[in-house]
Design a protein around this ligand. Structure first.
Ligand code: HXC
Length: 513
């Protein structure tokens, strides 16, 4: 082998070692895979093509000229997942703690630019101590270059962030702008300021895990949509998520082969209880409707009074938004409105048709909700549905009351098809509350106010607690038996497949953020 070839092979060998064997061992001891191992697991075997393997930092202060590692702490390139092109960067914690230098940022930017020009998703694996402290402002500039591209790429190509180690300081704002954040339990954390700063400023004692671990962000802040037990599961969930998404905003969603058969699902008949106030699990309804084992829930530990997630219907990817009567009776509140609005906007950006399953008694009352802006937050969901131009179908399984009826993808805000089960109750409010208001005088003047209230309640319920008044107005297109739901939806989504709709020309709307 001639000298030049040998030199190349030696340089490659060096690069593959990252920060060296000892640091790699330290990484493994923390139950973390290396940057390269993560890429290997994520991409189809042999598909990874690396870009910028020999890039090195340019810093000379603090003895940095004597510490150079080929690749400079991030492995970047492209490959395929299930045969579909993706661009990827994976931060290497063994090189300066995966910290972001000027050149490290340039490598990420190069990948993002290629992804935009070629219309394919970007997956970023974050495992970094933040800005490369030795470099100062050029590192900050590098971050801003990435944030700017994250923003421009939003709605053009799917962007997925995996948090598989530290992600702190301003570094959090790149994942925050991307479409999905997936965090690994126990080994990852995200925060703007860490426990030491928190202690100094607010005198609170808190660990990194409690402050910004996977659990905190999946249950309290809602910053992360998906969590996974370890590196391997994080990667498996990423592949699954990607399987529902198109390559870019102009592409159709992926579709698996499906032969239509008898799509009647008897199991849907017994889910909604006879008593209107008894809870039930809307996930049973979802699983009864969609292709077997295809439901992939997003944000499952946050605001669980609403369910969002992807599924397949006759092989076609759809997004689902569903009230969950099992939690807070399925009311809409601040957190569930925000959660659902973001999901609806994602689906609309990427041509993923929307199915809404509705059982909602209204908005949650109270000072906490009002002072935390249920007005603006509820409006986010209303706005998100109203501006969505993808095929949109609603099925009302039980309650559809008050303003929440309007918000949950009603015909009036542009839904294409609206179905109701015979158990549906579509009214301005519940029979008791309504009777107390409109028959107030009659009730109080009567000899037996309690019996009169009961009688009025019954009359009101008979008149309004059904789907037929809405159906007689055309607000509901058809009242269907639960077991027919899957069949009806398959046909209706197929009918809507080439839907073309447009919102008025504008620079952009002003969603109540
Ligand atoms: C340069 C860094 C580094 C950084 C870690 N290292 N962070 N080098 N810049 N930001 C190096 C360490 O010197 C060490 O080098 C190696 O990475 C591993 O770090 P350890 O501390 O040994 O690892 P660990 O104990 O696991 O702790 C990880 C850590 C800690 C919690 C991330 O390293 C840490 O607190 N780092 C600093 C975090 C930080 O303050 N970053 C700047 C935030 S400001 P050797 O040679 O020993 O392997 C910021 C602004 C961004 O990010 C703004 C954008 C808008």
């Amino acid at each position: 082998m001639d000298k030049k070839k040998k030199q190349l092979l030696e340089k490659r060998r060096q690069a593959l070692l990252g920060g060296g064997v000892k640091r790699l061992e330290r990484q493994h001891k923390k139950n973390k895979l290396s940057a390269r191992e993560r890429i290997e697991l994520l991409l189809d075997k042999g598909s990874f093509e690396e870009i910028g393997m020999f890039v090195e930092h340019r810093e000379t202060n603090f003895g940095m000229d004597k510490q150079r590692y080929p690749g400079d702490g991030v492995v970047t390139g492209y490959g395929t997942i299930a045969g579909r092109l993706v661009y990827i960067f994976s931060q290497d914690f063994t090189v300066f703690g995966g910290s972001l230098s000027e050149t490290h940022a340039e490598k990420i930017v190069k990948i993002m630019d290629l992804a935009m020009k070629n219309g394919a998703p970007v997956i970023g694996i974050n495992d970094s101590g933040g800005a490369r402290i030795q470099e100062g402002v050029v590192s900050l500039g590098g971050y801003a270059d990435i944030f700017y591209r994250n923003t421009l790429a939003s709605g053009v190509i799917p962007q997925i962030s995996l948090i598989m180690g530290p992600c702190a300081g301003g570094a959090v704002y790149s994942p925050a702008i991307t479409d999905f954040i997936i965090m690994t339990e126990d080994t990852s954390y995200m925060f703007v300021t860490g426990p030491n700063v928190v202690k100094t400023v607010t005198n609170e004692d808190v660990s990194s895990e409690d402050l910004g671990g996977a659990s905190a962000h999946s249950t309290k802040s809602g910053v992360t949509q998906i969590t996974a037990a370890n590196d391997v599961e994080t990667i498996e969930k990423t592949k699954k998520l990607l399987s529902y998404l198109p390559q870019n905003w102009k592409a159709k969603t992926p579709r698996s082969d499906y032969d239509l058969g008898d799509e009647c699902r008897e199991e849907l008949c017994d889910i909604v209880p006879d008593s209107p106030n008894k809870p039930y699990d809307m996930k049973e309804v979802i699983c009864g409707i969609v292709d077997r084992k295809s439901f992939f829930e997003i944000h499952q530990d946050y605001a669980d009074n609403i369910i969002v997630g992807f599924a397949r219907l006759a092989g076609r990817s759809i997004g689902i938004v569903a009230n969950q009567p099992q939690s807070l009776a399925g009311v809409l509140d601040v957190d569930s409105s925000k959660k659902a609005a973001r999901f609806v906007r994602f689906c609309d950006s990427f041509n993923i048709p929307l199915l809404v399953l509705e059982d909602v008694p209204g908005f949650l009352p109270g000072t906490d909700q009002e002072w935390n802006a249920i007005i603006s937050n509820g409006a986010k969901l209303l706005y998100a549905f109203s501006e969505a131009t993808v095929p949109r179908i609603t099925v009302i399984t039980r309650k559809a009351y008050g303003g929440a009826y309007d918000v949950m993808n009603s015909k009036h805000i542009g839904a294409d098809m609206n179905y109701a089960w015979p158990s549906a109750e579509i009214a301005v409010m519940g029979a008791k509350g309504a009777s107390e208001i409109i028959f107030k005088k009659e009730i109080s003047d009567s000899l037996d106010p309690e019996a009169t209230l009961k009688q009025k309640e019954k009359e009101y319920a008979e008149l309004f607690e059904n789907p037929y008044i809405a159906a007689s107005r055309g607000f509901i297109d058809e009242v269907i038996l639960p077991k027919q739901t899957r069949q009806k939806l398959i046909k209706a989504f197929a009918m809507l497949e080439n839907k073309k709709d447009k919102i008025p020309d504008k620079k952009h709307g002003n969603i109540p953020l």
